[in-house]
Write a protein that binds this ligand. Structure first.
Ligand code: XBP
Ligand code: MG
Length: 274
């Protein structure tokens, strides 16, 4: 798909919706039960395991790092894949039950972007079916076609923080990085995007609230917010290189960031350098 306009690229888990604590985590625990594994990933433990991107990779990391040597089972990738497939079945059911809403401002921004003819793309570590179902259930099946590229899961060799998924999206969009703006919630997501020369708006959540402090000075988002905000539900600016000129992030601010990246001053002068 070739698009001529600038584009917004969204991470999914933690960015479009808070899918982890009451979604993936619950589904993992149900899959463990069905697989005869007496593991229970608490909210706190899951927060530690989130540093490992990808569900299969997370299970493998847990086995290798949290279990005593004599109980390190399953110890083969095929068995891990089976547990993970069970987990995703449960996760898809949770999405269909409507238990995971979009984060504030997400729907508004996606509609604004569509209206402004910006390109839309997805770059996620999660599985393709999970993304499609989340979008269909929260935004409606028709919105799925607004996304020119949905890059997910195992489509690339190395998951975030490697930049592979962002390189893939840029290649599919046939856009240079300065024509795109990324939305991410986690340090590994920001690292992946910046390693692909993209600029990032970081939308922190309960699990990633300390991730901004984990980032080196040269790997910083352009702005970090607690959520995207709405006109009647202001967001807070938590850090970054610019100040937020209003109480929520809208497509006009995104447009002004493209101007900034191209070294042009934006006609409406929406931004203030800090
Ligand atoms: C998301 C993930 C995913 C989900 C589970 O990372 O790490 O692994 O937790 O998805 P990001 P799967 O938001 O940085 O893309 O189980 O489908 O892998
Ligand atoms: Mg994320």
């Amino acid at each position: 798909m070739i698009i001529k306009s600038n584009a917004l690229i969204f991470d999914v888990d933690g960015t479009l919706a808070e899918t982890e604590r009451e979604g993936h985590r619950i589904a993992f625990n149900l899959a463990f039960r069905d697989s005869g594994l007496d593991w229970n990933w608490s909210i706190r433990l899951y927060g530690q395991l989130l540093k490992i991107g990808g569900g299969k990779e997370r299970i493998q990391y847990y086995i290798e790092n949290y279990l005593p040597p004599e109980s390190r089972r399953p110890n083969d990738w095929e068995s891990i894949k089976r547990v993970h497939a069970l987990k995703n079945n449960y996760y898809l059911q949770l999405l269909k039950d409507g238990v995971i809403p979009l984060r504030p401002g997400v729907k508004r921004l996606i509609y604004e972007a569509k209206q402004a003819n910006l390109g839309l793309a997805i770059a996620t570590t999660s599985s393709y079916a999970n993304v499609v179902t989340l979008i269909e259930e929260t935004l409606g099946p028709e919105v799925l076609s607004w996304f020119s590229v949905i890059a997910a899961g195992d489509i690339v060799a190395q998951k975030k923080p490697a930049p592979d998924i962002y390189h893939y999206v840029l290649q599919q969009l046939r856009l240079e990085p300065d024509r795109c703006l990324v939305f991410e919630d986690s340090a590994q997501g920001v690292r992946a995007a910046i390693a692909a020369n993209l600029q990032v708006i970081m939308i922190l959540n309960d699990y990633t609230i300390h991730d901004l402090a984990d980032l080196n000075p040269e790997v910083q988002p352009v702005i970090a917010l607690n959520h995207l905000g709405e006109p009647d539900y202001p967001c807070q600016c938590l850090g970054g290189k610019i100040e937020l000129p209003k109480k929520y992030l809208d497509v006009k601010l995104c447009q002004s960031l493209f101007y900034r990246e191209m070294g042009l001053s934006h006609p409406t002068n929406l931004m203030t350098e800090t």
